[in-house]
Design a protein around this ligand. Structure first.
Ligand SMILES: *C1O[C@H](CO)[C@@H](O)[C@H](O)[C@H]1NC(C)=O
Ligand SMILES: *[C@@H]1O[C@H](CO)[C@@H](O)[C@H](O)[C@H]1NC(C)=O
Ligand SMILES: *[C@@H]1O[C@H](CO)[C@@H](O)[C@H](O)[C@H]1NC(C)=O
Ligand SMILES: *[C@@H]1O[C@H](CO)[C@@H](O)[C@H](O)[C@H]1NC(C)=O
Ligand SMILES: *[C@@H]1O[C@H](CO)[C@@H](O)[C@H](O)[C@H]1NC(C)=O
Ligand SMILES: *[C@@H]1O[C@H](CO)[C@@H](O)[C@H](O)[C@H]1NC(C)=O
Ligand SMILES: *[C@@H]1O[C@H](CO)[C@@H](O)[C@H](O)[C@H]1NC(C)=O
Length: 925
């Protein structure tokens, strides 16, 4: 059904695709084709494809292409009116094709090409009126063709089917066929022909065209039919005849029976009482007749006469005839009857009529109104194996009723009103009983040893809507019991003791458990059931007894656990540690709210998990649950709105996922899940295309899988676009900057370093070691050592840091120099032309000038040892701006008054704080 389904494939022995039902879209466009042009996403290895109840209108050539493994294809309840020639050509393995309930009008020659393995073809409920001569020719193995409820007018219309040598069964109910005449029909191997509901007026065999026919049905044929079979031998194989309806007259029936000499089974329904009596009488006189089925007739009383000639009968099925009374002698003649059904009548008592059937093995009296059984009713039925008394009104069970039923294996007294079976099952004659059904009776109590004589019993059903008490050791003696259903109101640890072979146990705990005991659920209730494989636990919705972590202790063989309303929130992490072999787990209607992954850790073999109806909000526990064998996961009717698709990475074997009825969100948070659901080729998301958005409000009612996940990816790619565009711009910009502003950048870089360094020092708060750091060029070294140092260190007593260094490029000891600058209060630059050329742009000066501006402190003292004309300063922007803004000291200008010069130097070295203090200091350009 188009995209939106995951698949069952891979390990599955039978990959299945369920289409399920889909309502037509609101705009009426329905899924009118199998695919919507997005490519065929049905897995190639699918074996079963179910596409019923969709709106498919035609099947085209490509729809089923390549599905060569398909065994069964179900396309019923669609609107298919056209199938392309060769549409099934690849389906060579197909055995079943169901096209019922469609709008096909004709079957063409090429339609079934390739279906050489087809065994069963179902075409009922279409509008077929024409079958092309070669239509069925490709069907080399077909055994059954159903063409019920179509518009075929003549039996000759189905000649293409009759010609098939493999065909055994042809169903033509409710067409418009008026007659069957052998004149223009081919001989056929048909074994079963159903003509029910056709307005047949004539059945005429003049030639031996149906030599193998065994079953023939004429129920509800609405016209008076003329029966004309030329020779008794033509119907020599006919063993089963089904007639019904009121429109065939007795003369025709008699003729029918006369020509069908080997009849073993005669079935009659909805006929006139008078016709039945005569027909049965005639039929029973046929030597071959063994089985009579008289159903859906209105016969009030089963009298002495109906079966009076039927002494050869072994089976009488008298279902749904409205018998109110039964004559004591009704079965007087049918002495060898082994099977008798009186199901669905209105008998209130048996009137000892059955006493006379010593050969009876199977007796069905269900769905009557029998309230009492006489001790003599079954007295002579000593061979009876199966007795069905279900749905009657029996309230008292007397032991004597079963007294002679020594061979009884199967007894069903379900849905009656038995209050007390008064020790019936402690009596010795039930030694062979294998199955006992006491479902839904009115029991009050089960006493100790109530079933003590049932030593062969395998199945016991004691489940009941009503609640009854179970005494200790009630199941004593049931050594062979394998399956038990029971409703409990007492939770006693001994309840299930002494059932060593028990494999299946179903327990319904009623509210009365709480009311009676008020104690926590007994932890060792099941502890003796080491062979149990299946456990079903249900409680009243109001049952709120706390379940202990040990509730499953001892169940070491358990493989299937189904609970409803039983576990309470939260589930103890150790709950399943006793059941390592569990393969299937169902916890439903338990309001778990949330689960911790640890709960599932012991369940390494778990294959099926059903957690429906638990108000779960998140599935994140699955990510850590280590459910590596899980194939089937059902989570319907919870409160999950967002699914993180990464959880499926931890479910490697998952093939089936059901998330129906969850309030899913149609937002980008679910886009990963939507993509996973539509694209993964292992897990089928069951009915995924029907999941409806619950949020956001604007999307409510839309389908989840219609949510356009591309819009989510678009956001991402837009982001990608923006960021890569930004990146490109950045690269362009940086190459531009590198090219044109490299030096500014380098400068800024050192400023930045200085800033960092400065910050560091400030934090370190290192005190000044020197009064001044002297920066000079090697050419001025003589002046520095001969004039400056003696004056400042000798005369004035300042402590100077002298910059002894080699000026070879590539060897600046940056750290040393900056250290020196920062451990001095001032930096004296001895400026000459040489200095400007080689030193001014050096790092230490830059850093010092940074310090100057940054700290707003006058750390820089400029000593000009020679006159530098203003225009020569222009190359040194910063120097110029310093010189413009600050005063400086000029040695040549002060040549006449060295004392003044040194006095000014002293003042400059002496000032510390505010640079404005000495703004008028020295005079300058
Ligand atoms: C300069 O650095 C060297 C090595 O890092 C060190 O040994 C020397 O003492 C430093 N000099 C000054 C003045 O800090
Ligand atoms: C004939 O009818 C009997 C009883 O309904 C059925 O079991 C049997 O399969 C039919 N035979 C064929 C060939 O259809
Ligand atoms: C019964 O039907 C046949 C065929 O339609 C007809 O020939 C015959 O007269 C009818 N017999 C009676 C008694 O109506
Ligand atoms: C009796 O006939 C009914 C209706 O065809 C069928 O459902 C039932 O199984 C038959 N019972 C026996 C014992 O054959
Ligand atoms: C399980 O069943 C076997 C026989 O099927 C039996 O021998 C054994 O005792 C049973 N185990 C328990 C604990 O009842
Ligand atoms: C899905 O789960 C994975 C693994 O736990 C996590 O990394 C991721 O963020 C989750 N995604 C969302 C959308 O919550
Ligand atoms: C399923 O998908 C996986 C990866 O996406 C691929 O390796 C594998 O062959 C596919 N299997 C089938 C049956 O298409």
């Amino acid at each position: 059904t188009g995209p939106g389904l995951g698949w069952r494939a891979g390990l599955q022995p039978e990959p299945v695709l369920f289409g399920g039902r889909s309502e037509p879209d609101r705009d009426g466009t329905a899924q009118d084709r199998l695919h919507e042009g997005e490519g065929n996403d049905i897995p190639r290895n699918a074996r079963i494809l179910e596409l019923s109840e969709n709106g498919i209108m035609r099947i085209s050539k490509v729809d089923l292409q390549g599905l060569s493994k398909l065994k069964s294809l179900k396309l019923s309840f669609n609107l298919i009116s056209h199938v392309d020639d060769g549409a099934f050509i690849d389906l060579t393995e197909l055995t079943n094709l169901n096209l019922c309930k469609n709008k096909l009008e004709e079957l063409t020659d090429e339609m079934f090409l390739g279906l050489s393995g087809l065994i069963k073809l179902q075409l009922s409920f279409n509008h077929i009126s024409f079958i092309s001569a070669g239509a069925f020719e490709p069907l080399l193995a077909v055994q059954l063709i159903e063409l019920n409820v179509n518009r075929l007018q003549q039996i000759t219309d189905v000649i293409p089917a009759l010609k098939l040598t493999t065909l055994e069964s042809l169903e033509l109910c409710q067409n418009r066929i008026l007659s069957l005449q052998s004149d223009n029909l081919p001989a056929s191997n048909l074994k079963s022909l159903n003509l029910n509901g056709n307005p047949l007026t004539k059945f005429s065999l003049r030639e031996d065209i149906l030599p193998q026919l065994r079953n023939l049905s004429f129920d509800e044929c609405t016209e008076d039919m003329e029966w004309d079979v030329a020779s008794k031998t033509f119907l020599r194989s006919l063993t089963r005849l089904f007639v019904g309806g009121t429109n065939i007259n007795l003369t025709s029936y008699m003729e029918m029976l006369r020509t069908a000499g080997s009849l073993r089974e005669l079935e009659m329904s909805s006929m006139d009482t008078g016709v039945i009596d005569s027909l049965v009488d005639t039929a029973c006189q046929m030597f071959s007749l063994r089985s009579l089925l008289i159903r859906d007739n209105e016969i009030e009383s089963l009298g002495d006469l109906l079966l009076k000639s039927c002494s050869g009968l072994t089976e009488a099925n008298l279902t749904s005839n409205g018998f109110v009374r039964m004559s004591k002698h009704a079965f007087r003649s049918t002495k060898i009857l082994t099977v008798l059904s009186l199901r669905t009548n209105k008998l209130s008592k048996l009137s000892l009529a059955l006493q006379v059937l010593p050969m009876l093995e199977y007796l069905d009296l269900s769905e009557n109104i029998i309230s009492e059984l006489d001790c003599l009713d079954f007295r002579d039925l000593t061979r009876l194996k199966s007795l069905n008394l279900m749905s009657n009104r029996i309230s008292v069970l007397q032991g004597c009723v079963f007294e002679n039923l020594m061979d009884l294996e199967d007894l069903n007294i379900g849905e009656n009103e038995v209050i007390d079976f008064g020790g019936a099952f402690t009596l010795p004659y039930f030694g062979k009983l294998k199955s006992l059904n006491l479902h839904n009776n009115h029991l009050d109590e089960l006493q100790q040893g109530a079933f003590s004589s049932l030593s062969s019993l395998r199945d016991l059903d004691l489940e009941s809507d009503r609640n009854y008490a179970v005494e200790l050791n009630v199941f004593e003696g049931l050594d062979d019991l394998e399956s038990l259903s029971v409703s409990l109101i007492e939770n006693d640890r001994e309840s299930f003791a002494g059932l060593p072979r028990l494999k299946t146990l179903s327990v319904f705990f009623s509210l009365k458990v709480v009311l009676r005991s008020f104690k926590p659920f007994d932890i060792l209730l099941f502890s003796s059931l080491a062979n149990l494989t299946t456990l079903i636990l249900k409680t009243d919705p109001l049952f709120l007894v706390p379940i202990t972590a040990d509730v499953l202790s001892g169940l070491k063989s358990l493989e299937r656990l189904m609970t409803e309303n039983f576990f309470t929130n939260p589930l103890h992490p150790d709950t399943f540690k006793y059941t390592p072999r569990l393969r299937s787990l169902q916890i439903i209607y338990s309001n778990l709210l949330q689960l911790s992954p640890e709960v599932f850790w012991p369940l390494t073999n778990l294959e099926e998990l059903d957690l429906s109806n638990n108000n779960l909000r998140s599935l994140d526990f699955l990510a850590e649950a280590k459910l590596s064998a899980l194939k089937f996961l059902k989570l319907s009717e919870n409160e999950v709105s967002i699914i993180n698709e990464t959880i499926f990475l931890s479910l490697p074997a998952l093939t089936y996922l059901d998330l129906s009825e969850n309030p899913l969100t149609c937002e980008c948070s679910n886009s990963g899940f939507v993509r996973w659901a539509t694209s993964n080729n292992q897990t089928q998301v069951a009915n995924g295309y029907r999941y409806i958005c619950a949020f956001p409000v604007s999307q409510r009612g839309e389908r989840l899988l219609d949510f356009d996940v591309r819009s989510c990816w678009m956001d991402v790619s837009f982001l990608c676009f923006v960021s890569s565009a930004a990146l490109v711009l950045l690269v362009l910009l940086s190459s531009f900057i590198h090219h044109f502003l490299r030096f500014h950048l380098i400068y800024a870089y050192y400023l930045f370093l200085a800033f960092l360094y400065d910050n560091k020092r400030r934090k370190g708060d290192v005190g000044c070691q020197y009064d001044a750091f002297v920066s000079y060029n090697v050419c001025d070294e003589a002046w520095v050592y001969e004039v400056l140092v003696p004056e400042l260190e000798g005369q004035q007593g300042w402590k100077l840091c002298l910059h002894h260094r080699d000026f070879e490029p590539g060897r600046p000891i940056v750290q040393n120099i900056t250290d020196a600058i920062y451990s001095s209060r001032k930096t004296i630059c001895v400026i000459s032309r040489h200095y400007l050329q080689s030193e001014w742009c050096s790092r230490e000066i830059q850093m010092a000038s940074y310090r100057l501006f940054d700290e707003h402190r006058d750390v820089l003292i400029l000593l000009f040892v020679e006159d530098v004309p203003a225009h020569r300063l222009t190359a040194y922007h910063r120097m110029r701006s310093v010189v413009k803004r600050r005063s400086y000291l000029s040695w040549p200008r002060a040549a006449g008054h060295p004392a003044v010069f040194w006095q000014n130097v002293r003042r400059a070295l002496g000032t510390d704080r505010d640079p404005r203090d000495q703004s008028d200091l020295l005079g300058g350009p």
